[in-house]
Design a binder for this molecule. Structure first.
Ligand code: FAD
Ligand code: FES
Length: 272
């Protein structure tokens, strides 16, 4: 077994909203301390179907005396997540990770702006926790823009509202917060942020990230995004998650979201 594949025990797997689950998994102490933006590939231990794990961001992490605990916030969309949703406390899962790279922290910037679409809230929550706990970035410097299709898809607010001074919530249908796209909500405020003194971090559907690229002039703001491409192996072996990015000499190269990402500089992504 690879060094970073672990068998974990589910401590909790609770439906917090229809189709949204919060899973807590106890892992051996040797599970590496995850950094914000990293994810795990998770599957049921010993079960052949589905053979491939599913990538889920690490939502929170706690180091206990003799173990580590991760929380995963996930939405049921298909077979793999449906199977995860059916697991009860005490079930064993195979957890591969932490995988991928993390957001580069810029705690020295005066403004830290987090922009999440839907379940993209998960890695950004870990980032907010991390910044508040391990750096000089105070809660008062964190602004969170959270958008979703409807109120039903707004999750993770309990944790975030304790961490972020300013929260803006919007939904496509206006059922919670303002009836606006989350990128439009950010655009309304953009002049309040000095580009030289602001770090923007985002995670959400491809359309949201592309819209953000249209708003932020290249090179002006420091902006990193986590991509949620579909994955197969999750370890860099199959190229199934390749995305086009700018190469060093202005050419287009393909990078793997699982091993080269999932975090990329927004200005490096090539929109085909
Ligand atoms: C780095 C990374 C981190 C992620 N973190 C989270 C997380 O924290 N919480 C969470 O709920 N999900 C997260 N995802 C997405 C999650 O991995 C997929 O929803 C999951 O793999 C779907 O598996 P499934 O078997 O249930 O669905 P499938 O049967 O594989 O697919 C069902 C439907 O969902 C669509 N779909 C599947 N995967 C994706 C995807 N990556 N993006 C958009 N549509 C997709 C398919 O096109 C299909 O329509 C993350 C993905 C990546 C790459
Ligand atoms: S999923 Fe196989 S290379 Fe990324």
């Amino acid at each position: 077994m690879a060094k970073n594949i672990f068998v974990g025990e589910i401590i909790k797997n609770e439906e917090i909203r229809p189709d949204y689950f919060l899973m807590k998994v106890r892992l051996p102490h040797s599970f590496d301390h995850p950094r914000p933006g990293q994810f795990v590939m998770i599957r049921i231990a010993g079960l052949a179907e589905p053979f491939l794990g599913r990538p889920i961001s690490i939502y929170s992490y706690h180091l206990r005396k003799s173990s580590g605990e991760i929380e995963l916030l996930y939405r049921v969309v298909g077979k793999g997540t449906q199977i995860l949703a059916g697991l009860i406390s005490g079930s064993q899962v195979e957890v591969h990770g932490p995988l991928g790279g993390s957001y580069s922290l810029s705690p020295e910037k005066e403004n830290i702006v987090l922009i999440a679409g839907g379940i993209g809230v998960a890695p950004l929550s870990l980032l907010a926790q991390y910044l508040c706990k391990n750096t000089s970035a105070a809660t008062s410097r964190l602004s969170f823009y959270l958008g979703a299709q409807t109120a039903k898809e707004i999750v993770g607010l309990d944790k975030l509202s304790k961490l972020c001074y300013k929260m803006k919530i919007c939904t496509d249908d206006g059922s919670r917060g303002r009836k606006l796209l989350v990128t439009e909500a950010f655009q309304e405020d953009i002049l309040k942020y000095d580009p030289a003194d602001t770090a923007v971090y985002a995670c959400g559907p491809r359309g949201m990230i592309k819209a953000l690229a249209g708003i932020l002039s290249p090179g002006k703001f420091f902006c990193q995004v986590s991509l949620e491409e579909r994955m197969a192996c999750g370890t860099g072996a199959c190229m199934g998650c390749a995305v086009a990015v700018k190469g060093g000499s202005g050419d287009v190269v393909y990078k793997r979201v699982c091993s080269d990402g999932p975090v990329f500089n927004l200005e490096d992504i090539v929109w085909e």
